[in-house]
Design a protein around this ligand. Structure first.
Ligand code: G16
Ligand code: MG
Length: 216
């Protein structure tokens, strides 16, 4: 039966979390409080709007609707300054090998990301041609752990959810994949991604044999 593979972006294909962090930290500092790398963990896989809500809770800052929107724009502008400078050197280890393996097997590939900047990032690092389908923050109304992003990806790939495999680095993303009744593969710390069906520290640990087993 036909299989489909869905990749998260931040933390799976590229480490854009560090740029999100720098942009959020700058805003926090401007507002007079600190934002730590540990707190940034809470932001992984979370929408831009929800991130700002959490940030303002951390700083105990109240904002009008207009001010909130201005800070969203400002953070994204600072984030895009970093994205602008990205190139293929920022692709995480062995991502191209796995994408190429799947392409050779003619397996359809989708992106399933919370980011509204997903397409330009893939373009910057040169991976856009691998993706048959892109579902990102512009296409979804419900954030992970809601399965919406992955279900839309499956539907666009024309593969039933049960035959989809999801690579995710965030707890909410693994939950979203499991809620979609897809095979969930945690990329990162197995002590954090405890609900994943399979765990790998990164793609260098994922053998062709394992990928083949997913295609059975
Ligand atoms: C990514 C990041 C999140 C970020 C979100 C929205 O999710 O992990 O930290 O807040 O996208 O990004 P943007 O502000 O670019 O729309 P994912 O789903 O790719 O891991
Ligand atoms: Mg992620």
């Amino acid at each position: 039966e036909k299989k489909g593979f869905i990749f998260d972006l931040d933390g799976v294909i590229v480490d854009t979390a560090k740029y999100h962090y720098l942009a959020w930290k700058k805003l926090a500092n401007e507002l007079g409080f600190d934002f730590t790398l540990e707190q940034n963990e809470l932001f992984k896989g979370v929408s831009r709007k929800r991130c700002l809500e959490i940030l303002l809770e951390i700083g105990k800052v109240n904002a009008s609707r207009e001010q909130f929107d201005r800070w969203m724009v400002e953070k994204n502008k600072d984030y895009l300054d970093y994205i602008e400078k990205m190139d293929a050197s920022e692709i995480l280890p062995d991502v191209p090998r796995v994408l190429e393996f799947l392409k050779n097997k003619k397996v359809p590939i989708a992106l399933g990301s919370a980011s509204k900047n997903a397409r330009p990032i893939l373009e910057k690092v040169g991976l856009l041609p691998f993706f048959d389908v892109i579902v990102d923050g512009n296409n979804v109304t419900k954030a992970k752990p809601d399965p919406e992003v992955f279900l839309i990806a499956a539907s666009n790939l024309q593969v039933v959810p049960q035959n989809c495999v999801v690579f995710e680095d965030a707890v909410a993303g693994i939950k979203a994949a499991n809620n979609a009744i897809m095979t969930s593969i945690g990329i990162g710390d197995s002590n954090t991604l405890t609900e994943a069906n399979y765990n790998f520290n990164d793609f260098t640990e994922m053998t062709d044999d394992f990928l083949n087993s997913l295609l059975q």
